[in-house]
Design a protein. Structure first.
Length: 260
């Protein structure tokens, strides 16, 4: 009986569905030794995972300029996601929304190329920031899931743009990026669709996992993935120019025309 009551109380506390209203009686501070150890272990695991990903991508494509940005952009996604989750001031996010719209509107007014993803990100990211959820263990799990799907999507972009010479002549770099982003958007929509029921119908820990995963995927698709595609595009053009110069140097000189 005691075990059943304990499990029932645990479920009620995690779900937040308490039968009575709570009032704060006192606040005690517990030494964060365990949390510090967990944070240190998580940092080591993240660094090791990033190193393994960089090594595997480098072995696959033989280009550190393609492999290294994957780890850097994944770290950037973590920082952005933590910033969105930790800032719970609606006034700050309202100011961010106004600044984003002002910058994009000025770019549009000057007739500069403004991607549709920039509009969506400028509107959606501040609105998501107003959710201000707690980063707990399920949220960390959602963050890992979002980063994992992000690495997969970056590898898809690199693979589509760094294909062999036969396919390089059949498709331009712009067409390859379109094919890659079609796959990326499809995978992101599928993952978000799977998380939406947990976000709206879930309770307690499950809801935090769903929110973190959805926000992480949106940050990746709207911000990180276009940035990585731009890096790969610049790298591919640079390497292609170097290859053409080498081919021109290795071609034998044409024999002089015979004099009549």
């Amino acid at each position: 009986d005691a075990t059943k009551e304990k499990l029932q109380l645990q479920t009620i506390l995690r779900s937040g569905a308490l039968p009575a209203r709570l009032e704060t009686a006192s606040v005690d501070i517990i030494s964060p030794t365990l949390g510090g150890d967990f944070f240190q272990s998580a940092g080591y695991a993240a660094g090791l995972a990033a190193l393994i990903v960089v090594v595997i991508v480098f072995v696959r494509y033989r280009s550190i300029k393609v492999a290294l940005p994957i780890a850097f952009i994944s770290l950037s996604e973590v920082v952005i996601l933590l910033g969105i989750a930790s800032t719970n001031d609606s006034a700050i996010w309202a100011a961010v929304l106004v600044v984003n719209l002002t910058i994009i509107s000025l770019a549009w007014w000057k007739k500069q190329d403004v991607d549709m993803l920039a509009w969506i990100g400028a509107l959606l990211i501040p609105l998501l920031g107003m959710l201000s959820w707690t980063i707990d263990l399920p949220a960390i799990g959602g963050m890992i899931a979002a980063i994992g799907t992000g690495v997969d999507q970056q590898i898809i972009i690199a693979d589509e743009s760094m294909r062999g010479s036969r396919e390089r002549t059949a498709f331009t770099l712009k067409e390859k990026m379109k094919r890659a982003f079609f796959i990326v958007f499809g995978a992101a929509a599928t993952a978000i669709g799977a998380m939406l029921p947990l976000m709206f119908l879930g309770i307690g820990l499950v809801k935090g996992f769903a929110i973190t995963t959805i926000v992480g995927i949106l940050v990746g698709v709207l911000i990180a993935r276009p940035a990585y595609a731009r890096i790969v595009e610049m790298t591919t053009k640079t390497e292609g120019a170097h290859t053409e110069k080498k081919e021109e140097k290795t071609q034998p000189a044409q024999p002089a025309a015979a004099q009549q």
